[in-house]
Design a protein. Structure first.
Length: 175
């Protein structure tokens, strides 16, 4: 456990954080905030810049990943777990190939990603689907700032996406 100490203000309220940093059962980092003698557990988020292929695990839960490479790559999600959540943001636009986010066991309908919404910056619907297992940040279409969030109910992944171009993020199925 890491000792975490911070003092910060939001508006007129002052918060003190002075607890051990721990992982909850979902692998999320949790600290306790004390305000006026009452404590409140708060889930923290980690950020990481990815430059190569990666298979995520429960230890990566609640993380933000910035996709940043000259040679694009695949990120594989872990098996669905209740409240697991990941965010993927394009830092460097794909050039020569697409970044992909792939469900573990792609090719099996049991591991599909259900798309909640996919829109471009103008609010126009982009690619949609209901049972796909691969999300692509499309080469030549996706730009820096495009984002996908995936969250699990314990049995499936649910995705929302926003791209500056309707064709910037696509959802496909290999089974």
């Amino acid at each position: 456990m890491k000792k975490f100490l911070a003092l910060f203000a939001i508006g007129l309220a002052t918060y003190v954080v002075a607890e051990d940093l721990v992982l909850n059962p979902y692998g999320q980092q949790v600290v306790t905030i004390e305000k006026a003698g009452r404590t409140q557990p708060v889930v923290t988020r980690r950020s990481e810049i990815l430059t190569a292929a990666r298979t995520l695990s429960s230890a990566d839960n609640n993380s933000i990943f910035y996709l940043n490479a000259a040679a694009e790559f695949a990120v594989t999600l872990p098996a669905p777990a209740l409240d697991a959540e990941f965010t993927f943001i394009v830092k460097a636009a794909p050039s020569g190939a697409s970044y992909t986010v792939v469900a573990a066991g792609a090719g099996s309908a049991a591991n599909d990603i259900v798309i909640g919404s996919a829109v471009n910056a103008a609010g126009v619907a982009g690619d949609t689907g209901t049972a796909d297992d691969t999300i692509s940040f499309v080469d030549g279409q996706s730009v820096a700032g495009d984002v996908v969030r995936v969250r699990s109910d314990g049995t499936k992944w649910y995705a929302t996406a926003q791209s500056n171009v309707a064709a910037g993020i696509t959802f496909t199925d290999v089974d």
